[in-house]
Design a protein around this ligand. Sequence first.
Ligand code: GDP
Length: 296
Amino acid sequence: MVFQGLAEKLQDTFKKLRGKGKLSEKDVKAALKEVKLALLEADVNYKVVKNFIKKIEIRAVGHEVLASLTPGQQVIKIVNNELTELMGGSKSALSFADSPPTVIMLVGLQGSGKTTSTGKLAKSLKQDGKRPAMIAADIYRPAAIKQLQVLGDRLDLPVFTMGDQSSPVDIAKAGISFAQSNNNDVVIIDTAGRLHVDEEMMDELKSIRQEVKPDEILLVVDAMTGQDAVKVANKFDDLLGINGVILTKLDGDARGGAALSVKAVTGKPIKFVGMGEKLDALEVFHPDRMASRILG
Ligand code: GDP
């Protein structure tokens, strides 16, 4: 379960605080030290942890909190608020184009879950009453096109392909024309990833961006890679510019460091999380619900 270790430690720490009744500044500081360690163990970015603890300390050791009738409860409330803020505050919705089709471009490293997320997102949009189409622009990974076609069949949604001999830019452009004539109001472009961020991949993604002017560029990153996922997000944002993140494989991430660091480090919100391999395992990311899940 995601955040398992962190949740257990924080809930332990706060149980002690609650049990104390009156609290001194020292009690709160000792508790925050435990919170800090728990966050570091959950693989949260060090600078993010330092800032987070500082903010809470400023709010939690004041007279108002310590002299209140339920200081433990107040401290927990402050931590809950700050955790929510850390993950972006409120949920970040997709932005749709004024004149359809809305173009969503999924980018990311190979194996991060792009193709799967393309299908999941298409499914979720269909459930919301949209008419999505998918474009297979990953011409390098041999199975990617077929994989998307299989997903399209299962979802009964169109998948535009031109095989693997045309350029991804041409495929993306032709795919959008297809969507227009086919009355699809959203298109999701599955782009190619590589094992590492490299210039060639970025140049290709920039060319696609230039030509199709996507309404949303969503970066797909694997939560299980922890702080590497955050570094990848920073790089993609610097080099390409992203609107948000789809954090996949959160179901297999017991620590949660990426989920807690992405927004603070990159400034870009996590919009969706992948919670499994199945097509319905995509969830809108709700920072407040995540914070409550951690604090129990
Ligand atoms: P791509 O190379 O980025 O297109 O990656 P794929 O979409 O092919 O995904 C790589 C692997 O990750 C596949 O085995 C997927 O089933 C798996 N995967 C993708 N998203 C998730 C997720 O949210 N949770 C889990 N457990 N597996 C996932």
